[in-house]
Design a protein around this ligand. Structure first.
Ligand SMILES: NC(=O)c1ccc[n+]([C@@H]2O[C@H](COP(=O)([O-])OP(=O)(O)OC[C@H]3O[C@@H](n4cnc5c(N)ncnc54)[C@H](OP(=O)(O)O)[C@@H]3O)[C@@H](O)[C@H]2O)c1
Length: 252
C-alpha cells in the first residue's frame, strides 16, 4: 500500500497542517515551497515527508520540479495519489493603478498559472496509469465577491474556480474517473491574515474588519480546517468531481 500526496505550500499555514494530517493517515507526502519545513521533515509519523524547494512564480523551475517528482513517483507502486494545490499569495493588496507589474506577474503565476501548468503535467503523466487521480484546489470566498484592494486575488481565485470546474467537466466527458474539486477554507489564523491586517486602509478598505477577526478570535486554526479537507481526501468515494466544498459546510 503506497499512498502518496503532493501538496504545494507546505512550509507553513494550511498546507503544513494538511501535510501533517495526511502523514498521520500513512500518506507519503511530497511538499513544495520556497522554505523548508523542519517539523514535517523530522516528524515521526506513519507517513514520510520529502521537500522540494521551489519558487512557484518561476514557471520553468515549477515544470522541471514536477517532472522530477513525477519521474520519482513513476518508479513506485502507487495505490493512491493525491494532489493538493494550496500555495498562494494575497499580495499585491492595492487598488488597480498603484500596483507593480512584477508583483502582478508573480501573483498570477503562483495563484493561477502554476496550478494550470501543474494540472496539465499531472493529467498527462498518469494518463495510462489506471490510477484514479484526486486533485484539490484551495480557493477563497474572494473568488465570488469583489473586495476593494484585492483585485488580483479575486481575479486569480475566480480563475482557479473556473479552471477547476472546466477540467472537471472534461474529465466527466472523458470518463477518466479522475476527480478535481475546490476547497474553500474560509478565514484562518495564518501569516496571510497577518499580511492582510498590515495593509493600509487606502490599500484595503476592510482592514479594520480583518483586525477584529483576529481580536475576537474569529479566525479558525489551520489544523481544524485541514481536518475537514483531509477527512474528504482519505475517503475519495465521497468526493464529487467538480464540487465546491467549504469548511462552512461543516462549521457554521
Ligand atoms: N488564511 C486565510 O484566511 C485564507 C482564506 C481563504 C483562502 N485561503 C487560501 O488558503 C491557502 C493557504 O493559505 P495560508 O493562509 O495557509 O497562507 P500562508 O500561511 O501565507 O502560506 C502560504 C504557503 O504557500 C507557499 N507559497 C507562497 N508563495 C510561494 C511561491 N512563490 N513559491 C512556492 N510556495 C509559495 C508558502 O511557502 P513559502 O513562503 O515558503 O514559499 C506557504 O507554504 C491559499 O490558497 C490561500 O489563498 C486562506
Amino acid at each position: 500500500m503506497m499512498k502518496y500526496a503532493v501538496i504545494t505550500g507546505t512550509s507553513k499555514g494550511l498546507g503544513a497542517s494538511i501535510a501533517k494530517q495526511l502523514m498521520e493517515a500513512s500518506y507519503h507526502v511530497i511538499g513544495l515551497a520556497r522554505s523548508e519545513n523542519h517539523d514535517l521533515a523530522t516528524a515521526e509519523l506513519p507517513g514520510s515527508y520529502t521537500h522540494y524547494q521551489v519558487n512557484l512564480a518561476d514557471l520553468s523551475a515549477t515544470q522541471s520540479t514536477f517532472q522530477d517528482i513525477i519521474a520519482d513517483l513513476q518508479q513506485k507502486k502507487l495505490t493512491e495519489l493525491l494532489l493538493v494545490q494550496n500555495a498562494a499569495l494575497v499580495q499585491p493588496i492595492e487598488q488597480a493603478g498603484k500596483q507593480e507589474a512584477k508583483q502582478l506577474m508573480d501573483h498570477v503565476h503562483v495563484n493561477l498559472l502554476a496550478p494550470m501548468i501543474i494540472t496539465n503535467l499531472w493529467l498527462d503523466a498518469w494518463r495510462e496509469s489506471g490510477i484514479p487521480l484526486i486533485m484539490a484546489n484551495v480557493t477563497s470566498g474572494a473568488a465570488q465577491r469583489s473586495v476593494y484592494g484585492w483585485n488580483a486575488y479575486c481575479s486569480t481565485k475566480a480563475g482557479l474556480d473556473r479552471f477547476t470546474e472546466t477540467v472537471a467537466l472534461e474529465q466527466d466527458e472523458l470518463k477518466t474517473g479522475h476527480k478535481i474539486f475546490l476547497f474553500d477554507p474560509s478565514i484562518m489564523d495564518t501569516d496571510m491574515q497577518g499580511e492582510i491586517r498590515s495593509s493600509d486602509p487606502s490599500q484595503f478598505k476592510d482592514v479594520e474588519k480583518f483586525k477584529d477577526y483576529k481580536t475576537y478570535q474569529n479566525l479558525r486554526n489551520t489544523d481544524t480546517v485541514a481536518n475537514v479537507l483531509v477527512e474528504k481526501l482519505v475517503a475519495p468515494e465521497r468526493i464529487k468531481n467538480g464540487e465546491y466544498y467549504s469548511v462552512k459546510d461543516i462549521f457554521r
